[in-house]
Design a protein around this ligand. Structure first.
Ligand code: GLC
Length: 531
């Protein structure tokens, strides 16, 4: 690694890899992945060439939302292992020079969390105010018009005490009351618990939701809502999200993380670009290191859209901030399902050559595409609550395929979700052997990025090019590279920026190693620019 690269913090120069623990590797034959399974497959993660792992929740959970309903913030779900297994995994991760981020879920706990069990037991329980309880509206009915992100009202009536509690997600996920200092203290202690154990930071779940407007006023109706859109879009979440106090908490999380040294906080925040940028905080009072940027997931896949969003996003980053990019997650549709396998290779090139920290989602490195989940195997509560609307997340949570043995080497028994249909040929072992595979492309890309300060840290300048061609320059010191991506299905000509001539092609989606002024359909490459 060059000196320039070494001087930058790992979360700027590095690449994050998301593991969804239920679906990575099952070591104990229950059809569900676990920590020992992850530990046994760390060679794969290390051989990719990523820098950090983000683990989706591993805490004790009734699994109503597959771990995002936490019943104990400082334990490990028995189906995943125990604290000793976690410590072994963390040590193994660190021994490979990798970092580990846990998923911190501050907005809500499981209704089976002892805090909520106490809270709901009576109106005068000391923990009553740890959650958001309200009387029915005068004359009966819901306290306000807020809608759950999973569909239906965001309120559940508790018959024992006659009040409603707020749940932004499932009724099994009660919103914590961050306006109560005892809650903020207890949750800060949770972060400290894991930081003391040695974790390198957190991905923070639905961070923009954690504080609600005083008085819980009705949200305004969304004038653009129409039949067929998810129910949560009926209202604009003006009063239920993105409150100033949430930024203040974020600054405190950052101070705590910084006091542990080389850590990183990644915030899950879905907001328009200008409001997203505020989550970087200011130079004097920074917010999260990386507020997730979902623009590549949320927008159409064409040259003009991508060029505009890349330029706009990059220009909007505050001076003290650092960009980041995402093309897949356990919530979004698989990139290869959305744009096809050939363009998914172009997307891999884009993700790993843009300016900013990439987050890679497990399974995308073998190009898992469309998976039709038969109705009787649907497990995602969001899908079950609003059927037929295409909101299902199971299709991106299917198990990793390791080899062509039974159950793809994921488990000795049938996995909790079905495998992708072509797992016998689309698996890690098969792709290891095939130089043209997606896996080998990801490895080449990650190696190229690691070897190149221009790719990991350099400036980025978009270049005009032919239709369907997205082109940008990356530059650091004397190193100048041109990234050329063909988002279309026709070959094109490529001209180099004035006063430059081509050097080597340092990485390509195919086998090209010489620049000849052309690019094939669905091809992408990075070429050196010489003066
Ligand atoms: C986040 C998670 C998602 C979960 C939700 C509620 O968006 O990524 O999987 O359902 O938060 O915790």
């Amino acid at each position: 690694m060059s000196e320039a690269t070494l001087a930058a913090p790992w979360w700027k120069r590095g690449v994050i890899y998301q593991i969804y623990p239920r679906s990575f590797a099952d070591s104990n034959g229950d059809g569900i992945g676990d920590l020992a399974g992850i530990a046994a497959r760390l060679d794969h993660v290390a051989s990719l060439g990523v820098d950090a792992i983000w683990l989706s929740p591993i805490f004790p959970s009734p699994m109503a939302d597959f771990g995002y309903d936490v019943a104990d913030y400082t334990g490990v779900e028995p189906m995943f292992g125990d604290l000793a297994a976690f410590d072994r995994l963390l040590a193994a991760v660190h021994a490979r020079g990798l970092r580990l981020l846990l998923d911190f879920v501050p907005n809500h706990s499981s209704t089976e969390h002892p805090w909520f069990v106490e809270s709901r037991s009576s109106r005068d329980n000391p923990k009553r105010d740890w959650y958001i309880w309200r009387d029915p509206a005068p004359g009966g009915g819901l306290p306000n018009n807020w809608i759950s992100d999973m569909g239906g009202p965001a309120w559940e009536l508790d018959p024992v005490t006659g009040q409603y509690y707020l749940h932004t997600f499932l009724k099994e996920q009660a919103d914590l009351n961050w306006r109560n200092p005892a809650v903020a203290q207890a949750m800060t202690d949770v972060m400290r618990f894991w930081l003391d154990r040695g974790v390198d930071g957190f991905r923070i779940d639905v961070l923009w939701h954690i504080v609600k407007a005083e008085g819980l006023p009705d949200n305004p109706a969304n004038p653009d809502w129409r039949e067929g859109l998810a129910e949560k879009l009926r209202v604009l979440q003006h009063h239920s999200t993105d409150q100033p106090e949430a930024h203040a908490f974020t600054r405190q999380f950052r101070q705590l993380a910084d006091s542990y040294g080389d850590t990183a906080l990644v915030g899950e925040i879905f907001l328009p670009r200008d409001r997203l940028m505020r989550w970087y905080g200011t130079e004097a009072e920074p917010g999260v290191h990386l507020p997730f940027n979902f623009e590549l997931i949320e927008n159409p896949w064409d040259r003009d859209t991508l060029a505009a969003l890349i330029a706009g996003y990059d220009a909007a980053i505050p001076d003290h901030g650092w960009p980041n990019w995402v093309i897949g997650s356990h919530d979004a549709a698989r990139i290869a399902a959305r744009i096809g396998e050939r363009q998914a290779r172009v997307a891999a090139m884009l993700l790993l050559t843009l300016r900013g920290t990439p987050t890679l989602y497990q399974g995308d490195e073998i190009g898992i595409g469309t998976v039709d989940i038969p109705p009787h195997r649907i497990r995602d509560p969001q899908d079950l609550r609003q059927p037929g609307m295409g909101l299902g997340r199971d299709r991106s949570r299917t198990p990793m395929a390791w080899d062509a043995s039974s159950n793809a080497g994921f488990s000795t028994v049938e996995p909790w979700l079905p495998l992708h249909p072509d797992w016998r040929t689309r698996n890690v072992a098969a792709q290891e052997e095939d130089p043209a595979s997606m896996l080998r492309l990801y490895r080449r890309l990650l190696a190229a990025r690691r070897a190149s300060p221009a790719l990991s840290l350099g400036r980025m300048t978009l270049r005009e090019a032919a239709p369907d061609i997205l082109a940008y320059e990356r530059q650091h010191g004397d190193e100048r590279l041109l990234v050329v991506l063909n988002l279309g299905s026709e070959p094109r000509e490529v001209t180099l920026p004035g006063a430059t001539r081509p050097g080597r092609i340092i990485v390509a989606t195919g086998t090209r190693d010489m620049f000849d002024g052309t690019i094939d359909a669905d091809e992408a490459y990075v070429v050196e620019l010489l003066a």
